[in-house]
Design a protein around this ligand. Structure first.
Ligand SMILES: *Cc1c(COP(=O)(O)O)cnc(C)c1O
Length: 398
């Protein structure tokens, strides 16, 4: 039997259909100014980005401490790769649980002051894995409206009742708990510790107290806290005092400079997560070189206080120079509102030698397009000052 659909060079009917479907979606995105393209970007060293062969000073990178290029971190990665090979070869539960995992989880638990830690393939995988282990269909999830997309993804997978509360609005959380907690089996409260697009910090101590009062569990996402706030200890510390948040997840892909995600928690919860989190069980372990890199990076974060305080110091210097409020983290948003002027401002800054990416909906709410500036220990004060002058210039002459 011959199959005409398989004739070389021929487009099948279903293929035409599929292409038309994608084209229509793309056209709709483009007409809203929301079409995104991936720009090739090389990072030859921390704090820099090469695009189309010109070098920019990057204020768009989450490598807050420049650890992705730190010689000790690179050396650890190279040595482990030589010793163990490039890939893990299997899921952690099968043959991919390199001994470096045990060391890494111990370092994370030590830094966060928790009993145990579980390492995932990424922060995203941690959130979509952990949340459905803790909450299910009979449960209630309350989450800050500005939570990161992967907390929403995890909450969706949990199939719980999900209610968003206004950004950092503890009064609303108290009200929702009083009104809805009793009609659900368990309740999980989710928040970013440091908000990824706004750079402000969640009121974690107040949220924990509310959770205690209403028999609920607090889970924070410390992706932008570890390594850069509270002497590098992250958003689980408030003004120097640790807050005993029972579920603290985070990423190894930002200040830690490599890749991976984690949950720091109590022993029993960690063991349950190792048994039940599908995004840990059914995915390959991290490359051994990456595990070794993160251990080396975390040891630097634990000991180099000047390094971990540098990004916030730069952010505050910048904010003062351009007349913005004093930042609580190395993330400084400049809200411009509409998409078009934000893209134009980013383009002009690029012409002046600075990389700052325009952030637009749906990453941020409608009408809050912004330049999101992030500061790194790799920047010099001179670079920060020149950047502030360029931003002032671009904002004053739109
Ligand atoms: C980046 C980010 C994540 C995802 O972490 P990855 O390791 O990059 O997958 C999760 N939560 C927040 C708040 C983030 O900013």
């Amino acid at each position: 039997m011959t199959n005409a659909a398989l004739a070389p060079g021929r487009r099948t009917i279903s293929e035409e259909f599929l292409r038309a479907f994608a084209r229509e979606k793309l056209t709709a995105l483009e007409s809203q100014g929301l079409l995104r393209t991936l720009a090739e970007t090389e990072r030859p060293r921390a704090g820099r980005a090469d695009r189309a062969d010109h070098e920019l000073v990057s204020f768009s990178c989450n490598d807050y401490l420049g650890l992705s290029h730190h010689p000790d971190v690179i050396r650890a990665s190279e040595e482990a790769t030589r010793q163990y090979g490039v890939g893990a070869g299997g899921s952690r539960l099968v043959s991919g649980n390199n001994p470096l995992y045990t060391r890494l989880e111990a370092v994370l638990a030590r830094i966060k002051g928790t009993e145990d830690a579980v390492v995932f393939g990424s922060g995203y995988l941690a959130n979509i894995g952990v949340i459905p282990v803790i909450a299910g269909p009979d449960d209630l999830i309350l989450m800050d409206e500005l939570c990161h997309a992967c907390l929403y993804a995890g909450a969706t997978l949990a199939r719980s009742r999900v209610i968003r509360f206004g950004h950092r609005n503890t009064g609303e959380v108290a009200h929702l708990l009083t009104r809805h907690r009793h009609s659900h089996r368990h309740c999980l409260v989710l928040t970013d510790g440091v908000f990824s697009m706004d750079g402000d910090r969640a009121p974690v101590a107040d949220l924990l107290e509310l959770c205690e009062r209403h028999e609920s569990w607090l889970m924070t996402d410390d992706a932008h806290g570890l390594g850069v706030v509270e002497n590098g200890r992250g958003s689980g510390v408030v003004e120097g005092r640790p807050v005993p948040i029972p579920l603290q997840m985070g990423t190894l892909s930002k200040a830690v400079g490599a890749y991976g995600g984690y949950l720091c928690t109590h022993t029993e919860v960690a063991d349950l997560v190792r048994n039940r989190a599908r995004s840990l069980l059914y995915t390959t372990g991290l490359p051994p070189g990456n595990l070794a890199a993160t251990i080396a990076a975390l040891e630097i974060i634990e000991t180099d206080i000047d390094l971990v305080n540098a990004p916030l110091r730069h952010a505050r210097r910048f904010a003062e120079a351009v007349g913005l409020p004093r930042p609580a983290s190395p993330i400084v948003p400049i809200l411009l509102g509409d998409v078009e002027p934000t893209i134009r401002a980013a383009q002009r800054l690029e012409e002046l030698g600075f990389l700052v990416v325009a952030i637009r909906p749906p990453t941020v709410p409608e009408g809050t397009a912004r330049l999101r500036c992030t500061f790194s220990a790799s920047h010099t004060e001179d670079e920060v000052d020149r950047f502030a002058a360029a931003v002032t210039d671009v904002l004053e002459t739109p």
